[in-house]
Design a protein around this ligand. Structure first.
Ligand code: GDD
Ligand code: MN
Length: 363
């Protein structure tokens, strides 16, 4: 039996060496391969792993430029792995190395496809997760459970970053995982349509010894988008959902901005409105840049150039919107509600398609 361990790293220079020191001795039990997938860490993680790999032939470094996230790093590591079995775990020492053999043995003995290391198993312990994070995870688990096939109802930690799987039969599913999603494990279960034989082992979660967590607002946002994506039967593109949510926030910005500008006493509605529209469009632009298109994020001068392009792209449909709504009103039906809705829909589709293409250069 050959085992591939996939370790995603982002700025884990201080943590990766002690972890490897605990994992390398597993070679006494199994034929081992360790793949470190680094997203161009600034702290020299890749350089360190490269040095270590010169002394350990089972260690491989995959170094990616242009950070594109945890789920995509896991996917890449699994697709490049050559073992019969693969195991994914965090590289910051929060996942106990002792659980590796436990998970692998359970996988083999139970003739299973997937074994999850669960922090919420009756025999597990959680250290070093703030009360808020633990609450968040519990809540996210509950919210995701309803969107997954019922056969996975026994799993208590759908957010886990620790899991072992049989590679050969799962490769087509791994290939299909949408890495813009929220968590790799959750997405894998979602695309598997309930066909995987799964089980759990307890996982003791330890405090981080060094560095800090990369879980941020963007990760939470991805979770929200994933839930809505599931609710749409995975039909609506994730980025379109994200774009639409941001657009909704723009409505609030516009209403608030007109109120504030008019409250100043200097501006009437007609003068305040165009300013408020530009404020809302700019706020949409900045939020989309930070969330929807964060892997193509624009910075510095590019950010300013992008804003001008975005305003230009958005100004065309505003004219089209007015045109379409009045055309609908005069030629289709004298119905102001549906006329406006038709206009708004066209604006949304245009803005999404055109700004993806022209502002953030994605297809
Ligand atoms: N290659 C790569 N690229 N690795 C990344 C990236 C990325 O963009 N972001 C994070 N990682 C690596 C980290 O270096 C670490 O080894 C591991 O992924 C987990 O990241 P943390 O930032 O330490 O996550 P956490 O401890 O806050 O979150 C834990 O709990 C989550 C559920 O609540 C982890 O166990 C997650 O995997 C888990 O889903
Ligand atoms: Mn961590």
């Amino acid at each position: 039996m050959r085992l591939s361990i996939v370790l995603p790293t982002y700025n884990e220079r201080a943590n990766i060496e002690p972890l490897l020191a605990q994992l390398l001795p597993l070679q006494q039990h199994v034929s081992l391969e360790i793949l470190v997938v680094d997203d161009d860490s600034a702290d020299g993680t890749a350089e360190l792993v490269r040095q270590l790999a010169q002394h350990h032939s089972c260690l491989r470094l995959i170094r990616r430029v242009g950070r594109s996230g945890l789920a995509s790093a896991i996917k890449e590591g699994l697709l490049d792995a050559t073992g019969d079995l693969a195991l994914v775990m965090d590289s910051d020492g929060q996942h106990e190395p002792a659980a590796v053999l436990r998970a692998v043995q359970t996988l083999q003995q139970g003739e299973l496809d997937l074994v999850v290391g669960s922090r919420f198993h009756a025999d597990a312990e959680i250290h070093g997760l703030s009360g808020r994070r633990e609450q968040g995870s519990t809540w996210a688990n509950a919210a995701s459970r309803f969107s997954l096939p019922r056969t996975y109802g026994q799993l208590t930690d759908l957010m886990s970053g620790f899991f072992a799987l049989r590679l050969e039969p799962l490769l087509p599913l791994i290939r299909a995982v949408d890495v813009n999603g929220f968590k790799f494990l959750y997405e894998l279960l979602a695309v598997s349509r309930g066909r995987l034989r799964v089980a759990e082992v307890p996982l003791t979660f330890q405090p981080r010894t060094s560095g800090s967590s990369k879980l941020d607002l963007a990760v939470f946002w991805d979770f929200l988008i994933s839930l809505l994506h599931s609710l749409s039967f995975r039909l609506l593109p994730r980025r379109a959902i994200s774009f639409a949510l941001v657009g909704t926030s723009g409505v609030a910005v516009q209403l608030l901005a007109t109120q504030l500008l008019m409250a100043s006493g200097y501006l009437g509605f007609e003068q305040a409105l165009p300013l408020a529209v530009v404020a809302a469009a700019s706020s949409n632009y900045l939020i989309n840049n930070a969330l929807t298109f964060r892997f193509q994020r624009l910075r510095g001068l590019g950010l300013l150039r992008g804003l001008l392009k975005f305003l230009l792209v958005a100004s065309l449909p505003v004219l089209a919107n007015v045109g379409l709504a009045s055309a609908y009103y005069s030629f289709v039906a004298r119905d102001t509600f549906w006329a406006q809705l038709a206009g708004i829909f066209v604006v949304f589709v245009w803005n999404y398609a055109a700004s993806s293409r022209f502002v953030w250069n994605t297809p």
